[in-house]
Design a protein around this ligand. Structure first.
Ligand SMILES: [Ca+2]
Ligand SMILES: [Ca+2]
Length: 584
């Protein structure tokens, strides 16, 4: 969704207690044939060639912060269009735009008041048409952010709905009488504290909002809501959108009986509310029906659906692919994302898990809700090496990576220094423990000019102090920059058959420091060796145990100086060094 995903994660995970396990058991019945069905789907696809998204590299853009074309301090659609040549040069295949729809911006765009238009701060529909058309010329598709769980309270649907109890759109949202005077209908709480219910005095009824009160939940049990929302999807597909990233999909349905959630052992959360197992308002099985029907709409246009799918087990994640591979093509695996430390065993475990079935893995290191990887994983001493190391990991795996703008130049988090500087409502609420999400949403750093070339005026959110060193222009000139490393890596990924389609084979699985694997395809092997420690390492590969015979390694890309040919019995690695080679 939006919403302090770290908060969301904690809360969602806390909701998956014993009852979450019961729900998974109920669903296990549909899982047994999952792998077989995906195999069949794979055979069908092989004949038609792989779908476009299978080899694509996605790039998330926060429109407010990418490029400001009219110098009002806010990024905009025309700004993004002006940078398409850069993204093409870098090797990007698709852009996911976070919401650029008209919005009161209570939650920076995740409160949509019109799904079929563009917020005037960001431009016009004509600007979107131009972005889509110019993207197409460069082979870059545009994915939109579909906020499916709720609208803004300023959306005409909600304004109508709240106008009277008998309005035809009354049932488009979730209205209920209180338990008693002044008491909400049940004990469910909002992600942002307090009851998830807001009293509307006019009709003396409450409406449900999992997020802010200004974000009323849509009632997906009403078929008219589904029709209207699917029409929105078709409307954008016809305009040339290539798919959607679906926001807060785990929130689509609630128990119609409004059963109280059980409480967790007298625990109190950061907002002073009792901690609940959110078993009656999160991850209800009905949501999969909606996603499967939306997939059918999407298939009419060869579109792709990416899911904001917070899950804590592989079985849960699998459900979002659909029993027949007929749900989301790309549910994000937030478990990989949640590793949180540079650890060969931890990443090895997550990859093995994702490789244990045939659904396309979706890997992410950071996004608009989470701290940037440069800061999250940096040790303060080898940050640039670590940036290249992480890139070498997720851009060489089978799966679809979703980059976050600026990671390719090593942008760091720039959190607000004082509470008065905070703009994100979450930061205002959670200061100083949670400084909010402004820090990962700072302006893209284009050059060493004032405001990092983002705008000629003061940007809405301060530019990071390191922009003179870390910017696109400076890094394009430096062959050893993070940016050129990313570009070389993406070029390799797009052209090397083993990196495109090769099988993942784990090597040296007991090594606590070095993550090593091969991508194997048609008798060719690309070796990836990643030193996840701050000290030098020399390793001997256990290739024979994998029936791989090779005499030497020809370096394709390395993040440190190393001979062009290597001895596979002793590969020397610098601290946090990444080594990618063809086995011969
Ligand atoms: Ca602007
Ligand atoms: Ca909902």
């Amino acid at each position: 969704m939006f919403g302090g995903a770290n908060l969301a994660a904690d809360k969602i995970f806390s909701g998956l207690g014993a009852n979450g396990i019961v729900m998974r058991r109920q669903l296990l019945g549909v899982l047994f044939s999952f792998s077989v069905c995906l195999n069949l789907a794979a055979v069908a696809q092989e004949k038609a060639g792989p779908p476009w998204w299978q080899h694509a590299v996605f790039y998330e853009i926060y429109p407010r912060s990418f490029a400001d074309s009219n110098n009002d301090g806010l990024g905009d659609i025309k700004g993004i269009t002006s940078k398409l040549d850069y993204l093409h040069w870098l090797g990007i295949d698709a852009i996911w735009l976070t919401p650029m729809f008209p919005s009161p911006q209570v939650d920076f765009g995740y409160d949509v008041s019109d799904y079929e238009n563009v917020d005037p701060h960001y431009g016009t529909l004509a600007d979107m048409d131009q972005l889509i058309a110019e993207g197409k010329k460069r082979g870059i598709r545009i994915i939109l952010d579909f906020v499916v769980n709720h609208t803004s309270d300023q959306h005409p649907w909600f304004i109508e709905s709240r106008s009277s109890k008998t309005n035809p759109k009354r049932d488009w949202y979730i209205w209920r009488d209180g338990k008693s005077a002044g008491q909400p209908p049940n004990n469910w709480t909002s992600l942002f504290g307090g009851p998830a219910w807001q009293l509307d005095p006019a009709a003396n009824q409450w409406y449900y909002h999992y997020f802010y009160a200004a974000q009323p939940d849509l009632n997906w049990r009403n078929p008219e809501v589904e029709t209207a929302m699917f029409d929105v999807a078709r409307w954008w597909y016809r305009r040339g959108a290539a798919g959607f990233r679906l926001d807060a999909v785990t929130n689509l349905f609630e128990d119609p009986e409004l059963t109280d959630n059980p409480l967790v052992d007298h625990q109190i959360n950061a907002y002073g509310d009792p901690v609940q197992q959110e078993i009656h308002n999160l991850e209800l099985p009905e949501l999969h029906g909606v996603l499967q029907r939306l997939r059918k709409v999407s298939d009419e246009y060869d579109g792709v659906l990416i899911g904001e799918t917070w899950t804590d087990t592989l079985d849960q994640l699998k459900l979002y692919y659909g029993q027949y591979g007929n749900e989301l093509q790309l549910p994000i695996d937030f478990r990989f994302f949640a590793v949180g430390k540079i650890s060969a065993p931890e990443f090895r475990k997550q990859i093995a898990d994702a490789e244990s079935f045939e659904g396309q893995p979706v890997y992410v290191f950071s996004n608009h809700d989470e701290p940037r990887q440069y800061t999250k994983y940096g040790d303060g001493q080898h940050n640039d090496q670590i940036a290249k190391l992480l890139a070498s990991l997720y851009l060489t795996l089978r799966g679809t990576p979703i980059m976050y703008y600026g990671e390719e130049i090593g942008m760091e988090n720039n959190d607000p220094k004082t509470k008065e500087d905070v703009q994100d409502p979450i930061g205002k609420l959670g200061w100083p423990k949670d400084k909010g999400r402004d820090g990962e949403r700072t302006p893209m750093q284009w050059n060493a000019q004032p405001n990092a070339g983002f705008s000629q005026v003061k940007p809405w959110n301060p530019v990071d102090a390191l922009y003179k060193q870390y910017n696109v222009e400076a890094e394009r000139r430096d062959p050893d920059s993070i940016l050129n490393y990313y570009r070389n890596l993406l070029s390799l990924r797009h052209t090397n058959p083993a990196l495109l389609d090769g099988k993942y084979v784990a090597l040296n699985q007991d090594d606590p420091n070095v993550l090593a694997y091969v991508r194997s395809y048609a008798g060719k092997y690309v070796l990836i060796v990643l030193n996840m420690s701050g000290s030098h390492q020399a390793i001997k590969l256990d290739l024979p145990s994998k029936d791989i015979s090779a005499k030497s390694s020809k370096v394709l890309l390395a993040s440190f100086k190393t001979p062009k040919r290597g001895n596979i019995n002793k590969i020397d690695l610098e601290p946090f060094g990444a080594y990618i080679a063809q086995l011969e």
